[in-house]
Design a protein around this ligand. Structure first.
Ligand SMILES: Nc1ncnc2c1ncn2[C@@H]1O[C@H](COP(=O)(O)OP(=O)(O)OP(=O)(O)O)[C@@H](O)[C@H]1O
Length: 743
């Protein structure tokens, strides 16, 4: 560096100061955050501990214009990050960009063809929304640096030329002078490539989240498996989008750089080779590339299958972690290990087959390299003779030819290297094709799910001829790489569960739904809450949202967050604050559900824990009821949500719900709950989907109960007969049996 600087006539003192400034800039650069906070501290200046705590709890705030402001505590301050939701017209434009590609429309071997181009184009339209976007700017900057690198390589190749001692020191100075921009250019290329990949990932991820997590009537996150037939969506959203962006950003450099090299170096060398030599060189490229294309295995399909198997394996590990306690109770470690091992072996055998193919593909590249290098030898032979002669009797012409020879040799080596890298890039392109198909499959499946048929808004709940069936699969053929196992899986096949229902539940009328297991009780709750579409008939119910109809499921869900969040879910902290309620109100609710000890025990309302593991089954269910009391909806569907709660506390909670004016639709097997309801819907479980409704306290209902008592008594009367028969059989066989004490 000093040598270079001295060639610019910079004094020694100046050189030292420049070096110092450069060092300071490098250190400062490493301390600058990746994205500079948009706005610092809404309160101005540094925050107090209490304000910081408040910001930490608030996490985000939904603004009136539909955007969300995230609060990120940052070195004693809070940076606000505003997130605009994807606009509705962007989503509807996206739906047109991603039509479902039926498996019959495309070969199972995804490759670099028109279909790939169309799919890539659709994804690129999302990733680069307009020409003035930052992503386009990064690509342009990246291209400039790639071009600069090629130009620097040409300059370096030219420096190779002069073999004489004449100007040797000057040449060396140039070498160093070129080393600085070359190093900077290389670092910038890497930096811009990573930056591009991250920005593309952020764009695609944000779009996918907005599409995937859309509220009712879309609910794609709930329906993508059953109705969309897509498994392992987490793998698609987390790993595949990231891999696609990495691959795309790297491929651009991997193709762009060698392609530029090829063009610029070939143009340079064409001057020495003449037209015939140039044609030969280009013919060489064409033959080599078509040879490679014809023998390259289906890397695209392999990459897509690898992603799927990776997802299955990841899903297996996640499941073992999530269900660890249940597995441990059963001591099922061995079985789980075998299941995981099976998934891992399938992944490994697939990856090994890719490695095997890669080896053979490499072989083809190696075969092609001598072909690529042949022109070099030709030139070498032509150049050697005059060089040898010129060496004995050097003159200026020979020196110039030798200079040309060395430059050309370097250029040819670079061309061969660029050609090799281009061929390797073809494999990367095929892998990108596989990943593109995965991303396209995800987005097209999500877009293809039609919104669930809407209900008619009303102040009561009415099922007017509404049949209940398991939803059919709505999207077919979108997943080209659907696993063989999953195609035989019994999901989304449809099937009627309950005959069309005709029930009106006015406010204050409490309905209990009962019947044997698996008869379709929860299915009715799914239809009522809009998760499953009703086949026919008209559903009337109150508005969407927690204040209209609220469902408390059997399996209590605990959200990631504070103890307070467990009660207010799905409301955010800012919504809780806006509701005007306080922690004292929440405490009163916890007293009703007999959980008043929790804030003290767990260290206050702001404690964050893995609540799913911390709370017992009964505590979680009581927390579900606390949530109900917090939101206080008009109607509540309680789906066996107190099955783990003791009957005395259960009764108190039901009474409290009624006192709050909540109309109950309860799914339960417990006859003790009947008294809190005005009518009972019984699903008969007779395989025809039959049902009947009785009013509680009416003769019909008591006849129903009496009939059940009579049937149980009849069964008890038979016990003596069965005991006698058992004794006879035991006597005949000469064995002794122990009879239960039935007195
Ligand atoms: N996603 C699904 N895919 C396929 N079948 C389903 C799906 N969900 C439910 N079913 C089937 O629909 C039937 C009714 O299920 P549902 O959960 O409504 O039963 P239930 O009456 O609530 O039973 P339980 O009393 O045991 O809770 C069951 O046979 C179940 O296997």
């Amino acid at each position: 560096m000093p040598g270079v600087l001295s060639s610019f006539n910079i004094s020694h003192e100046r050189q030292k100061s420049l070096a110092l400034i450069a060092a300071i800039l490098v250190i400062l650069r490493s301390h600058i955050p990746a994205s500079w906070p948009k706005s610092i501290n809404p309160y101005g200046g540094r925050l107090t501990d209490a304000q910081l705590e408040q910001a930490r709890q608030e996490v985000y705030r939904e603004e009136a214009d539909g955007s969300t402001t995230l609060f990120v505590p940052f070195r004693g301050r809070v940076s606000k990050v505003r997130i605009e939701p994807t606009k509705a017209d962007t989503l509807s434009r996206g739906a047109k960009l991603f039509p479902v590609v039926r498996a019959t429309q495309t070969s199972k071997k995804a490759s670099v063809d028109g279909m790939f181009m169309r799919q890539l184009w659709a994804v690129l339209r999302l990733a680069f929304p307009h020409w003035r976007s930052k992503e386009v700017f990064i690509v342009l900057l990246h291209s400039s640096f790639l071009m600069l690198r090629t130009l620097l390589s040409v300059a370096v190749a030219r420096l190779d030329g002069p073999p004489m001692a004449k100007g040797f020191i000057r040449g060396l100075g140039w070498w160093f002078a070129l080393a600085i921009p070359s190093t900077y250019t290389n670092s910038m290329i890497h930096h811009l490539q990573s930056k591009l990949s991250l920005r593309l990932r952020t764009r695609l991820t944000r779009y996918t989240h907005d599409l995937y997590l859309q509220s009712a009537p879309n609910l794609r996150y709930y329906r993508v498996g059953l109705e969309g037939g897509l498994e392992g969506v987490d793998q698609y959203i987390t790993a595949d989008i990231a891999a696609f962006c990495d691959s795309l950003a790297a491929l651009y450099g991997n193709v762009m750089k060698p392609a530029l090299d090829m063009v610029i170096f070939t143009a340079q060398i064409s001057r020495s080779l003449g037209p015939l030599g140039s044609i030969f060189l280009w013919a060489n490229y064409l033959v080599s590339s078509s040879l490679l294309r014809s023998v390259t295995p289906a890397f695209a399909r392999m990459a897509a299958v690898e992603s799927r198997l990776e997802g299955e394996y990841r899903g297996g590990v996640a499941r073992a972690g999530r269900e660890a306690e249940e597995i441990a109770f059963y001591d099922g470690g061995r079985t789980e290990r075998d299941i995981l091992w099976r998934a891992y072996s399938r992944l490994m055998s697939h990856v090994n087959s890719i490695v095997k193919y890669l080896w053979s593909a490499m072989g083809y590249c190696l075969i092609s390299i001598p072909v690529m290098l042949r022109p070099r030898r030709n030139i070498g032979v032509q150049a050697q003779a005059p060089f040898a002669e010129g060496f004995i009797k050097p003159d200026n012409a020979i020196a110039s030819r030798t200079e040309d020879y060395i430059s050309n040799r370097r250029l040819l080596l670079s061309i061969a290297d660029a050609g090799g890298r281009l061929m390797y890039a073809y494999k990367d392109l095929l892998e990108l094709a596989g990943l593109t198909t995965r991303v396209y499959t995800l987005l097209s499946t999500l877009h293809a799910l039609p919104a669930i048929k809407d209900f008619v808004e009303s102040d009561h709940v009415e099922l007017d001829g509404v049949g209940v069936s398991i939803p059919e699969r709505k999207v077919r053929g979108a997943n080209m790489f659907e696993s063989e196992d999953s195609s035989s899986r019994n999901y989304g096949l449809g099937g009627s569960l309950v005959e069309p229902l005709k029930i009106v539940i006015s406010r204050g009328d409490h309905l209990m739904i009962t019947g044997p297991n698996g008869v379709g009780k929860t299915a009715i709750a799914r239809v009522l809450s809009g998760l499953w579409e009703s086949d026919d008939g008209v559903l009337r119910r109150p508005v969407r949202g927690v204040s209209g109809l609220f469902v408390v499921p059997q399996k209590a869900y605990m959200v990631v967050g504070t103890l307070r969040d467990q009660i207010t879910y799905p409301h955010s902290y800012s919504q809780f604050m806006a509701s005007g309620r306080s922690d004292e109100d929440l405490m009163q609710i916890l007293e009703v559900v007999h959980l008043a000890y929790l804030p003290d025990r767990e260290g206050g309302w702001t404690t964050q824990k893995e609540w799913r593991d911390v709370l017992s089954g009964g505590e979680k269910q009581r927390m579900g009821m606390a949530r109900l009391f917090y939101h206080c909806p008009k109607f509540a569907v309680l789906d066996e949500c107190t099955s783990a709660v003791s009957t005395d506390v259960e009764g108190l909670m039901y009474q409290h719900a009624k006192d709050l004016g909540i109309t109950l639709i309860t799914i339960s097997h417990r006859p003790s709950l009947t008294k809190y309801h005005t009518s009972v819907l019984t699903l008969r479980g007779d395989a025809t989907g039959g049902w009947n409704v009785t009013r509680v306290g009416t003769e019909e209902q008591s006849v129903g109960v009496e009939r059940e008592i009579a049937s149980l008594e009849a069964q008890l009367n038979e016990v003596a007969t069965w005991e006698a028969r058992l004794k006879d059989v035991a006597a005949e066989l000469g064995v002794s049996v122990k009879l239960p004490n039935t007195s």
